[in-house]
Design a protein around this ligand. Sequence first.
Ligand code: DGL
Length: 274
Amino acid sequence: MSKTQKSIGIFDSGIGGLTVANAILKILPNESIVYFGDTAHLPYGDKSPEMIRKYSRSITEFLLQSDVKMIVIACNSASSAAFDYVRELAQVQQVEVINVIDPVVDYITNHHYHHVGVIGTRATIGSQIFPEKIHQKDVQLKVSALATPLLAPMIESGFVKGEISKAVIETYLADKSLNGIDALVLACTHYPLIKKEIEQYFIDNNQVVNIIATNEIVAQAVYDTLKRDNLISLGSKSKHQFFVSDYTDTFKETTQLFYHQEVSLQQIDIFKEE
Ligand code: DGL
């Protein structure tokens, strides 16, 4: 098989990364994907960087064995803890790795914001990766990063609209550190599902804040990289595979929230050495 026809490997701690998969397939409809959601080890947001790297290694090896042409780390927690490590492993097979942080940092620093808020898991925010990478490109830009650990489990449990999610969202966004922001990065692949609710919070509070859901920005980076390398699949029949490390009916149901088509999830054990 020519490299062009190979699949794009995408992974996340669970099914949140399907928001990235959706965005990729929207602008690259002829691509095939191999998706791996590490539902057995979810959430990554509360794991140590060492543990996230260990899981990411096994997943990367699985995707490389699946002969993918590119790997997308569709998880902010794994992108902050394991990007360099995954890239090193993939380089051996000349497979390019895209994370969900660098394209967003490029996007932010190319727009003239003054004060950017970033919300994400404890792992992502604790790593300081957003302030560090943003300040490497723009020292002037004020960055306020806030851990919002309840949001991913809340969304994964199906609470995206209604009073419970509204109260949680409001409590986080009212944090003093976010006063005066002109942009807010949703630095977790689950958060595009509550983008509208977040926008509504700022409208209700008469604040003009650009809400940056990162899935579309990352999809554009995938497109640009494949185009640069002449690897865009042209007109062939695409075929998608979705793997999870632990299968439950709840995951199957929640998957429909994130991915708007019928998905057949296959359980696979790739962590045999544990
Ligand atoms: N998808 C993960 C991320 O983008 C959040 C869920 C988790 O904590 O595993 O950080």
